[in-house]
Design a protein around this ligand. Structure first.
Ligand SMILES: C[S@@+](CC[C@H](N)C(=O)[O-])C[C@H]1O[C@@H](n2cnc3c(N)ncnc32)[C@H](O)[C@@H]1O
Length: 308
């Protein structure tokens, strides 16, 4: 429902008994629309839980996304929803559904080709050479905030296609995480539509997918290379278990955070990287003013951050 219209309607309808309009009485506690005060409280609650920051200009978006959740729960007001969600923080019953409702999950295969090119031609050969010297045979990659899996599966296909044939003695582990449980479920299933594959070189599509009508089904050997977990990048405690990664892609998620939550997430990721490891962030994202712990490394048409 258009909440602005609803508000207007309520304020101008005369009371059947008195004939007076209810302006002031109804609007004072009209939590079906999100008052500025309630928006601020909901925004702060969401921010505390996952670092996503809704600016004032995104109030309409939060309203629209939560209104569906309220309807599903048959909760009538945003205030009641805030009470419900806050009360379930410890049991974690509502948080997954809240995260599912508010996150934006846009992604596709081979999203930023220069990053994958740098990974294949420079970074992995360099890391493999270093790790081999130390007798380490497993390379660990992480697609942080992977949505429905296109990014970690792109890594997996590159490894099968380009890396494994050159380094058959090496093992590769790829982890994908997200806070949205619905997209993770889709990632595990590995079935995609045209939208996801639109940037993928034809060769990969033919070799690593089968097609059924408008569905593209990822081969089992690619799926076997990736493990998906539900993990909140903003949760410093949960992030402590994520250690010794050689390469992390954390793309197109920092844009949803503010400076403080970016710092928190980047510091968590810094601790997850091993020595001489690399971090990629999104094309339009930057660590400028966020962290000085990384060295910027230039590759053809892209950059990465290196922990030294
Ligand atoms: C726009 S998608 C980016 C997907 C992929 N990395 C890419 O670049 O194509 C952003 C993802 O970040 C996830 N996300 C947002 N906040 C998160 C958090 N605190 N922890 C983990 N994932 C988060 C969202 O659920 C969403 O799937």
């Amino acid at each position: 429902m258009n909440s602005g219209l609803f508000n207007k309607f309520k304020q101008t309808q005369p009371d059947a008994a008195t004939g007076r309009t209810a302006v002031g009485i109804e609007s004072a506690d009209d939590d079906r629309t999100m008052s500025a005060e309630l928006f601020a409280r909901l925004r702060d609650f969401i921010y505390e839980q996952c670092g996503i920051y809704f600016a004032e200009s995104k109030k309409y978006l939060l309203e629209a996304r939560l209104s569906r959740r309220l309807a599903a729960l048959q909760i009538k007001t945003y205030r009641e929803y805030l009470r419900y969600a806050s009360a379930s923080v410890n049991t974690r019953t509502e948080l997954p559904a809240l995260f599912d409702a508010i996150t934006i999950n846009e992604t596709y295969f081979f999203r930023n080709p220069p990053q994958f090119n740098a990974l294949e031609t420079i970074i992995l050969p360099e890391i493999i050479a270093q790790r081999r010297k130390k007798g380490v045979k497993t390379i660990r990659l992480w697609s942080a905030a992977c949505s429905s899996g296109e990014e970690p599966y792109t890594m997996a296909m590159l490894i099968l296609e380009k890396i494994k044939p050159r380094y058959p003695d090496m093992k590769f582990e790829i982890i994908g995480n997200d806070i949205n449980t619905k997209v993770l479920q889709r990632a595990r299933v590995g079935v995609y539509k045209e939208y996801s594959i639109r940037n993928m070189p034809k060769h990969y599509l033919l070799k690593y997918f089968s097609q059924e009508k408008d569905k593209y089904i990822l081969n089992q050997n690619v799926r076997d290379l990736v493990r998906f977990i539900s993990l909140n990048l903003y949760d410093a405690r949960a992030m402590r278990s994520m250690i010794n990664f050689d390469v992390i892609f954390c793309c197109n998620v920092l844009i949803y955070f503010d400076a403080r939550s970016k710092q928190q997430v980047i510091s968590n990721l810094y601790n997850s990287l091993g020595e001489m490891s690399y971090l990629f962030i999104g094309y339009s994202e930057s660590l400028h003013g966020i962290s000085k712990a990384f060295k910027l490394v230039h590759f053809p048409k892209t950059i990465a951050y290196k922990r030294e």
